[in-house]
Design a protein around this ligand. Structure first.
Ligand SMILES: [Zn+2]
Ligand SMILES: [Zn+2]
Length: 173
């Protein structure tokens, strides 16, 4: 792999040469070539995982659909764990401690331990996407979603108030 000189582009790099250059800059030249990257839907608690012993980075499949720089950030985040371990040998370091943070900063990222996106669950959408049905109260507009049309549902609030509580049902996905 050809190392490139100059500043490392941070977000959206995803260029093998950028990772080679980054690892060289971190003082672990060639690390990127030893690391295997795989994608696993079994990752549920985070977007990425670094296995220091196996030299492996696992990525959440949902990352591959993200158009922004998050995929790059997660790869750099996990690579930095491997680099920090390599640089510090048998010395014990905290996973997101000073050593790791410095590597992230030099890669152009603000170090953040979690790369979870608000409102974006870490678990992937199920491959067989079920449709959803929205049940909206014709009177108060309150609504509830179910995986199938629930024709017998009524709006509890409106029933209590002495109304019929009828709901309109629409498919939303
Ligand atoms: Zn981490
Ligand atoms: Zn209602």
């Amino acid at each position: 792999m050809i190392a490139r000189r100059g500043p490392v582009p941070a977000a959206g790099a995803l260029d093998p040469r950028a990772y080679a250059s980054l690892c060289a800059r971190w003082g672990v030249p060639g690390l990127e070539a030893e690391v295997s990257i795989r994608v696993s839907a079994r990752l549920t608690r985070s977007l990425g995982r670094a296995d220091i012993v196996r030299g492996r980075v696992t990525l959440h499949p949902a990352l591959l659909d993200r158009p922004d720089g998050l995929l790059d950030e997660v790869i750099v985040h996990e690579l930095a764990h491997l680099a920090a371990a390599r640089l510090n040998g048998s010395r014990r370091i905290r996973p997101h401690g000073q050593e790791w943070r410095e590597l992230m900063t030099s890669a152009g990222y603000t170090p953040r331990a979690t790369t979870r996106v608000p409102g974006w669950p870490a678990s992937p959408p199920s491959p067989r996407r079920r449709s959803s049905w929205r049940h909206t109260c014709t009177a108060c507009r309150a609504w509830r979603v179910a995986g199938r049309p629930m024709r017998r549902w009524r709006c509890a609030r409106c029933l209590d108030a002495g109304h019929g509580g009828e709901l309109t049902i629409e498919r939303i996905r």
